[in-house]
Structures are given as C-alpha cells and as structure tokens.
Write a protein that binds this ligand. Sequence first.
Ligand SMILES: C[S@@+](CC[C@H](N)C(=O)[O-])C[C@H]1O[C@@H](n2cnc3c(N)ncnc32)[C@H](O)[C@@H]1O
Length: 225
Amino acid sequence: MSRESAITLKSEMTDAEVYSIKNAIKDSKLTGLHIEIGTAAGGTLCEILKCYQNELKVVPPQFVIIDPLTYFDDQYEKICLNLKNNGLSQNNITFEKNKSSVAFRNLSAHAGEIDFILIDGNHKINHFVGDLRFSRYLKAGGLLLIHDYSNGFKGIHSATNNFLNKYRNYEVLSHVDSLIVLRKKTETNIREVSKMDLLTSKLVNIYQQISKSIHKRIFSNFLSS
Ligand SMILES: C[S@@+](CC[C@H](N)C(=O)[O-])C[C@H]1O[C@@H](n2cnc3c(N)ncnc32)[C@H](O)[C@@H]1O
C-alpha cells in the first residue's frame, strides 16, 4: 500500500499534535535518550530534532528509532533524505531495524537512561500493550507520548486508560487531537505492564480478529445472496 508520508515525507500527525510535542519538550528540558516507536518517513522525528536544534538551540539528544522499516519502499533512505532536507545530522540517531517486541529486549541496557518515548507503531492492542512496557525504561520526569489515543483505536484508548488508572505516578500533560502526553512523575513501585496485562491483550486481540472475520464473512454472504 502506498502511504502519503512516503511521498510528502511529512509527519503523520496533525499540526496541533506536533505543536503539543514541541511544547512538552520546551517545558521539560530533557537530555537523556529519546525513542520513537514507529517513524514512517521520520516527519515527526524531524520536527522534534528541529525543535531542539533551531528553536531551543541545543544539540539534539541521542535518538533511537525502532521500526522494521517495511512500511513503504525505501523507507530508510526516505528518512535519511528527510533528515538531510531539514538540515539535520544523522550522527545522533540509531536505527533499531526491528519490531518493537525485539527492540524491547535489545534496549534493556538503556533502562533508566530514557527521557522521551513516543509510541506510534503497530496499533493492534497486543502490540501496543507490549510497547507500553518501554515505560519501565523511562526516567522519572521523562515523557511518554501515545499517538492514536482516540475512539478510532479502542484498544489503544482503553489500554492507556487502564495504564493511567494503575500507575498513578504518571500525569497527563496534554491531550490534543489523538495525541496524549504523559509525564512519569516518580519511579514506579511495581514494573509497568504485568504478564497478566500482556496475556489479556493477546486474548482481546484474538477475540477482535475472530469477530472481524465473522463480520466480514456475514457481510460478503449478504452481498452475494
Ligand atoms: C503510523 S506510522 C508512524 C508515524 C510517525 N510516528 C509520524 O508521526 O509520522 C507507523 C509506523 O510503525 C511502524 N511499525 C509497524 N509495526 C511495528 C512494530 N511492530 N514495531 C515498531 N514499529 C512498527 C511502521 O513501519 C510505520 O513506520
């Protein structure tokens, strides 16, 4: 499938969402590692880096991009081109060309070094809940941003609400369009996302897949009758 961002190289977020990310960054003075799970053409990545470089006039932080880079043809090359077009260096960026489930293990060495996590990868509930585990690596004071927190993505919406109910040390800084920005106020007493949370999300995903295929079959039978 061709994606608009593959051509425009723009952020897949709304202007208001990008603006709210920049505001959170400006208010937070973050220096630790930054992570984006799911980058498309790197449009949002470029906006964040430009905020540091051109607006705050500081050296942009180290960034890890987690993405299998199969979203569209030549995704890696297009991200590099996007950085270049925006006058941004690639020196502070590490590409973890993997699914986030694999990257989660690879990044365990960075636990406690991370200041910023943007989750915008696979939107199925089981993948999203898996991605929420990265919050274990987030420093106190760090930001956790979740895209597609909306009724259009019920799994992401309900799993985020459960997360906020369970981990009271996270506060909502802003909710603009479908981007919610959270701050980890203090260290978490129990590790974020339990085995039971993961298992439940897998079962919900199976249920959603089955009901989707039943609906599809009923609909196509109806059309062909
Ligand atoms: C909605 S796009 C990201 C948009 C981007 N954050 C932006 O604001 O422009 C989703 C991205 O997630 C990536 N993706 C899909 N499955 C993934 C997974 N399991 N782990 C990490 N990234 C994944 C896709 O390759 C794609 O680049």
